[in-house]
Design a protein around this ligand. Structure first.
Ligand code: GDP
Length: 598
């Protein structure tokens, strides 16, 4: 195939700015699918996923566009619209030469638009900027045009205007793609190099790997090799996306398509990895592959203990289709058997919970998320801890390091003051610099601990800005920090499922909240129960649950004194016994409520 007539582009847009509508219009315009079928096969499936909030990335699609009498093959690859998946965004971009940047004219640029645009520039993509929703009465066309122009450093006239809804200007975008995006390069005679940019698990066919061919030709029956794992497979089927999968005989340089090769789970074919020919392999994998590690951890327990096996099976099934999910068995005295899971971020965590509940129909209890810490021990060893229960004792610790992120926030200037104060005073963040982002809008860049951002920060930001601010973040690495373990003692017994890791500056506030909440949620017993929070070897907060006042003496009708004494003795003994075995029944709600505080 002549690569001069191929264009590979990815779409960049903030959620709801019109990416899906744009792709629908293109499918219509290029008559790629019978509109009725399109709805059945393509859109419905996506709507369903969207409604469930679990679509991370839409399927790629290939369209044929006739430009001045010449057919061009345009492959459109979606980029995930969420910060958790920035590595996947970068690999989608690596599969393309160009990008269409879509901005809603009534909203203007958002934090992610900015972050992704920079990523596209770094990846040297030819960017076609488009202002969408120009039909809206409240479209702020001039202002938004200026924002996009400033962002990319291009003249305002270079930004196209479209309404994906009415179809106005959509064809101009197609033309611009052909004119402005360079064709792919590649040598069919070189050893095969194909970039994996996505993979899906299919019940019947195993893993379907989405690839972009750089060099060489991929054919059916080929023996292929996945370079980072060194595993070999035989190709059963290859094909293209129309958007339905259509088998083809071969895929050559510049082409985008899929490979089915008896791969069992997506973690065998990771995004960013290179596929080569097993018989004549390349010695140069494509650049940019990274083994992505989870950033956020939480434990998952079945709603009822008897569903443990089912939870395990469901997680295993999810893992088939989710290369970033990790899990291992864990136990908690309070919640029983469960799994310690690792996620890319909070959205990823929500997606997993949502899938467990909706697809597998099991109710789960998910604990509060926390980040991973690096701990340098006194004995010189460095360990990684992601479970508060496994955090070493203070006297063994030399230094603790916690992950930091570069956080960017775009907001109308009106809300800037509040956001800044909140981040500095309550989230341990430091402002690094600011940039203008159009009239009355500003981008603020912060350095902040990831732990502060994964809690309720996003909701807080939306509340502080009436929904107008948007955010994005990227990892910066680990920095030394004063992290302490808060241990909760119920009736003087440490309860490990309740321990949390907090920054020293917040230890007291969190401790106080925790003990108060627990005291509220644990019912009264026959005896008084102290709830204590311990940090750095000291009790720093305490709340007591008073004993039930069961007036045993009332039963004695004044009877003889010795009998009264005996009763009192007995009761005291009973109390002691209970204390000795630490028999406080802590209701499950207490655990759950508590896990939200830390
Ligand atoms: P996505 O999240 O970026 O895929 O956004 P969608 O394509 O789902 O669009 C979000 C909403 O905006 C939908 O309700 C669309 O109908 C609407 N929309 C998309 N493009 C336009 C447009 O050009 N004009 C108007 N008025 N609405 C649009």
């Amino acid at each position: 195939k002549d690569t001069r007539f191929i264009r590979n582009i990815c779409t960049i847009a903030h959620i709801d700015h019109g990416k899906t509508t744009f792709v629908d219009r293109i499918l219509e315009l290029t008559k790629s699918v019978d509109p009725r079928k399109m709805h059945e096969q393509f859109l419905d499936q996506m709507d369903l996923e969207r409604e469930r909030g679990i679509t991370i990335k839409a399927q790629p699609v290939k369209v044929i566009y006739n430009y001045d009498g010449q057919d061009y093959e345009i492959n459109i690859i979606d980029t995930p619209g969420h910060v958790d998946f920035s590595y996947e965004v970068s690999r989608s971009m690596a599969a393309c030469e160009g990008a269409v940047l879509i901005v809603d004219a009534s909203q203007g640029i958002e934090a992610q638009t900015v972050a992704h645009s920079y990523l596209a520039i770094e990846n040297e993509l030819d960017i076609v900027p488009v202002l969408n929703k120009i039909d809206l009465p409240n479209a702020n066309i001039e202002e938004s045009l200026q924002q996009v122009a400033d962002l990319l450093g291009v003249p305002k006239q270079d930004v196209l205007k479209m309404s994906a809804k009415t179809g106005e200007g959509v064809e101009n975008v197609l033309r611009a793609i052909v004119e402005q995006v360079r064709p792919p390069k590649g040598d069919p005679n070189k050893p095969l190099r194909a970039l994996i940019f996505d993979a899906k698990y299919d019940k019947y066919r195993g893993v379907i790997v989405y690839v972009r061919i750089f060099d060489g030709v991929l054919k059916k029956k080929d023996q292929i090799l996945i370079m980072s794992t060194n595993q070999k497979y035989e190709v059963e089927e290859i094909g293209i996306f129309t958007p339905t999968m259509v088998p083809t005989d071969s895929l050559g340089p510049g082409e985008v398509g899929y490979v089915i090769a008896g791969i069992k789970e997506v973690s065998e074919a990771k995004v960013g990895d290179t596929i080569t020919n097993a018989l004549s392999p390349t010695d140069e994998p494509l650049p940019g592959y990274r083994d992505v590690k989870p950033m956020v951890y939480a434990s998952v327990f079945p709603g009822l203990p008897e569903y443990y096996e089912e939870l395990k099976k469901s997680l295993e099934k999810l893992k088939l289709n989710d290369w970033a999910l990790t899990f291992e068995p864990t136990t908690s005295p309070a919640l029983g058997f469960g799994f310690r899971c690792g996620f890319l971020g909070l959205l990823h965590m929500d997606v997993v919970r949502e899938r467990l509940e909706r697809e597998f129909e099991i109710s789960v209890i998910m604990t509060a998320p926390n980040v991973e810490y690096k701990v340098l021990l006194r004995n010189g060893e460095t360990i990684i801890v992601n479970d508060p229960a496994k955090f070493p004792e203070e006297d063994q610790i030399e230094k603790v390091y916690e992950p930091y992120v570069k956080l960017s926030i775009i907001t109308p200037t009106d809300y800037m003051g509040n956001i800044l104060t909140h981040l500095q005073n309550e989230r341990r963040a430091t402002l690094q610099h600011t940039e203008n982002a159009g009239k009355n809008r500003i981008i603020m860049y912060f350095k902040a601990p990831l732990a502060e951002i994964i809690s309720d920060f996003f909701d807080k930001l939306k509340a502080m800005s009436r929904g107008y601010a948007s955010m994005d973040y990227e990892m910066m690495g680990f920095e030394e920090s004063e992290i302490v373990k808060l241990t909760i003692l119920v009736n003087r017994e440490p309860v490990d499922a309740l321990s949390t890791l907090v920054h020293k500056s917040k230890a007291y506030t969190v401790a106080k909240k925790l003990v108060d909440k627990l005291a509220e949620l644990i019912p009264r017993h026959q005896f008084e129960i102290p709830i204590q929070a311990k940090a750095s070897g000291r009790i720093i907060a305490r709340a007591d649950i008073k004993a039930l006042r069961k007036d045993v003496l009332a039963k004695c009708y004044g009877g003889d004194v010795t009998r009264k004494m005996k009763l009192l003795e007995k009761q005291k003994e009973g109390k002691k016994k209970l204390r000795e075995i630490g028999q406080v029944s802590i209701p499950q709600e207490a655990f759950l409520a508590i896990l939200k505080i830390g």
